[in-house]
Design a binder for this molecule. Structure first.
Ligand SMILES: [Zn+2]
Length: 258
């Protein structure tokens, strides 16, 4: 079975290793996508691994959209050229499809927080350069009501181990979602942009330290990028030098319409 190694900082101590062994005995790890028994927690079975479309260069230097052909360094896709996003770079580990959607839904809504280390390991591979350049890591926030009903912010579960492994601060409450936005799933790109306009602000007690910082925003899925774009705009208005975005997965359409 193919496996994803968890981040080194997670299971380096003996008690943690013993706990993992004990857990694997009681609850054998299963493929994060199809559920068949695998060799490691948070991994995919060989069949699902082969079918996953991991994203790598060549890609748009800004939004990370994968290109069929290598046009050279620093080339941007049509939508990024015609309507440049506020974020500087976005990278995602894997192209969104039904299998990945299944994993993300289980992670987000199905109390499968145990998938976080495996997903974070994917993200670290896709976003190594972004992590290296970042001054701090922050999650895309949930509104407090949604956080209460869901009990955890999935973006924080991904961002914390990434920041820890990179040795940079994780600031969970950097951005506040001040308005509960409608679920984005059914909305058109223009409606998504309107939906998130003015929905975010920077926590007052973090504003001073944001000046000239390069922020790495963490989320699970990048669809049109409307949410992270709205946050990047806000962070830059408050003094951030640059904003990058790292997600588990992104939608890859035949034509990159954002
Ligand atoms: Zn692009």
């Amino acid at each position: 079975m193919m496996r994803l190694d968890p981040l080194p900082s997670i299971a380096t101590t003996l008690p943690a290793q013993l706990l993992t062994v004990a857990l694997n005995f009681v609850l054998p790890p299963r493929c994060a996508s199809c559920g068949v028994q695998t060799g490691s927690t948070g991994g995919l079975c060989t069949k699902c691994w082969i079918q996953a479309r991991f994203i790598a260069a060549p890609q748009c230097s800004q939004c990370g959209y994968p290109f069929e052909l290598d046009f050279g360094e620093g080339v941007r896709c049509g939508p990024c050229l015609s309507r440049p996003p506020y974020f500087d770079r976005a990278r995602a580990a894997v192209a969104y499809d039904d299998r990945i959607g299944h994993i993300v839904i289980a992670f987000k809504h199905g109390d499968r927080a145990d998938l976080a280390p495996g997903l974070a390991a994917w993200m670290r591979r896709a976003g190594g350069e972004l992590l290296q350049d970042a001054d701090l890591v922050a999650p895309v926030p949930l509104h407090r009501r949604r956080l209460f009903s869901r009990r955890y912010n999935q973006s924080s579960l991904l961002g914390q181990p990434l920041a820890r492994a990179a040795g940079i601060p994780f600031i969970g409450d950097l951005v506040i979602r001040q308005r509960e936005t409608d679920s984005q799933g059914h909305l058109s790109p223009a409606a998504r942009r309107r939906n998130v306009e003015g929905a975010f602000h920077v926590a007052a007690h973090h504003k001073d330290m944001l000046k000239d910082k390069r922020v790495l925003l963490i989320d699970d899925v990048l669809t049109t990028g409307a949410t992270v774009n709205a946050i990047a705009r806000r962070l830059k208005r408050e003094g951030a030098r640059a904003v990058d975005v790292l997600t588990v997965t992104r939608v890859v359409r035949e034509t990159n319409v954002s």
